[in-house]
Ligand binder design. Sequence first.
Ligand code: HMG
Ligand code: MG
Length: 321
Amino acid sequence: MTWQLPDAVTIVEVGPRDGLQNEPGTVATDVKIGFIERLAATGLGVVEATSFVSPRWVPQLADAAEVLAGLTRRPDVRYPVLVPNERGLDGALAAGVDEVAVFGAASEGFSRANLGRSIDESLAMFAPVVTRATDAGLRVRGYVSTVCGCPFQGEVPVDDVRRVTTALLELGCVEVSLGDTIGVGTPVQVQDLIAALTGDVPLDRLAVHCHDTYGQGLANTLAAFEAGVRVADTSAGGLGGCPYAPGATGNLATEDLVYALDGAAVHTGVDLAALVDVSAWMADRLGRAPTSRVARATLAKRALADEVSAAGSATRDDSSA
Ligand code: HMG
Ligand code: MG
């Protein structure tokens, strides 16, 4: 069977936001800045930097303004931030961002847990954010969470995903990212979902955002590419999760996706070896190994090569003594 993959895709790196929002401890602002700058240097074109949300809800990202103030931004990289309301937009505008994302859900239970509001109330909250951001010349992205399942209600009807996706596009979002927030989806389910949305939603306005809780993130993302989607969100090192989605683990690791796409000659612009270095650097700061299989395999291979080369030079030293 021949895979129907595109020639090129866009990766939206969400590690500094989705990853670090879920850390139990506080990550220092300069480490966050170092993480974002290192990620942007690997060739990633989009690095989601942080969120302008309530620090009572997400204390991990309370330093959003400081992160953006300290960041050296590359002209060829976009640095979107999450904003739920006008207060968040004010902070983002003051920080000089070029892109914001509002974030809704396809299920009522998750909407209430994550935003303290029903779906309709959340859309009403987003409306002035999208209008003002667009008027200010910003690109506006939307998220729809729980598209493959909800931690509170279980199955989520496709009609509910369609309703929120089209509502976000009608508000003025240029792209909507379909979030499998708790990573329960499977590849055929993802393709069925995209097929069901096609007709109401142009494929070039969609992205996928697959958490890897059940190990399906890579298969689900490739399934979405086969179905015609061209943008995927991933997280370096497989960091991530949502504090308001019980049981969810990290996103699909960026290096796991880049490895698969390199193998299929699909262009991402990302230097895989450099990306593994960044994931290892961040994992060191967090005091644990990256969860990504590609990062672990690459680091193990490098350690073995170092051992072989050290043993070789020890043998040469012995023979020359
Ligand atoms: P609320 O409690 O309904 O609103 O929060 P409030 O008006 O009562 O505000 C509570 C406090 O926060 C107040 O301060 C506000 O001033 C302040 P206090 O009076 O206690 O001192 N506040 C703010 N502060 C800074 N920036 C703001 C802001 N707004 C209010 N923008 C709100 C409503 C939406 C703000 C809250 O529910 C919230 O911040 N939620 C964010 C939750 C979140 O960030 N979740 C993770 C991101 S979503 C995700 O991970 C899923 C995704 O990855 C896709 C996927 O995986 O599916 C995107
Ligand atoms: Mg997420």
